[in-house]
Design a protein around this ligand. Sequence first.
Ligand code: ZN
Length: 116
Amino acid sequence: MHEVSIALGMVDELFRIAKDNHAKKITLVKLKIGKMSGIVTDSLKFAFDAVKLEHHLLSGAEILIEEVPLVYECNDCHASFNAEDIYFPACSECGSRNLKLVSGEEQNIESVEVET
Ligand SMILES: [Zn+2]
């Protein structure tokens, strides 16, 4: 499962953040995951919940995942819109396929709350 390695990578980053902040415990982690990132958010949550139990620093942390919709801006008419079709998106206003991706590829840690 792809999401396990992503969770492990994020755990490494969380430990770095905790160390930089001299944290005793991580209490809350907010993640931003784009619809286009290829990550299944339910699987990521599941992987995180499994991985965090192995680490005292993280075991009590609540994991919140915000799914970021896929948003494009049209280069022709400058409309921005949420794309439902991730493979062949077209402008909802003019039908153009000349598009710029605005959001939807995120896979990052948005914020972390710690106990020091
Ligand atoms: Zn357009």
